[in-house]
Write a protein of this length. Structure first.
Ligand SMILES: [Zn+2]
Length: 157
């Protein structure tokens, strides 16, 4: 429901609970990605030979040329920190007890980036281009979710 709000004083409101549920389906290639993450602890991507581009997570088709892709290219577990931000509020606007650092990481062998937590940032300020590696939950605790990745940690040079 999109409406242009021209008069903020005329905004309609819904009082009380708003019963919305959703279920995210990762799709065929996403399913392969999450299964590989859970069972083998690896990041699976998809290479488009036409575009010479490696997606991660894996894709069913190339978003550039629409070629059919396979979820068969292992990337990472190390990579490069491409960007990061520090957040002080949770997804519902609540203050976090401890700020969290979120990083965009390009896993080795991939062209695309993954967004996840940066763990143990230490005393030194983060720098773009730093080497990081993925930290996974213990195998017995993985469920086939993006949270099977605990985050990325800085790799000392
Ligand atoms: Zn392509």
């Amino acid at each position: 429901m999109f409406e242009k709000v021209a008069r903020p004083d005329a905004v309609r409101r819904w009082e009380g609970e708003f019963p919305v549920r959703h279920r995210y389906t990762p799709g065929v290639a996403g399913e392969v990605f999450f299964t590989a993450l859970r069972d083998r602890g690896v990041l699976l991507g998809s290479r488009c030979e036409e575009c010479d581009y490696v997606y991660v997570p894996a894709r069913l088709f190339c978003e550039r040329c629409f070629a059919e892709l396979a979820a068969d290219t292992e990337v990472g577990p190390s990579g490069e920190l491409v960007s990061f931000t520090i957040v002080f509020e949770g997804v519902d606007g609540e203050s976090l007890n401890r700020p969290e650092t979120l990083g965009l990481v390009r896993p080795d062998g991939a062209d695309a980036v993954l967004l996840h937590r940066v763990l143990e940032t230490g005393d030194e300020p983060l720098e773009i281009g730093e080497r990081v590696e993925v930290v996974l939950k213990p195998e017995a605790e993985r469920t086939g979710s993006i949270l099977d990745i605990e985050g990325f940690r800085i790799v000392e040079p």
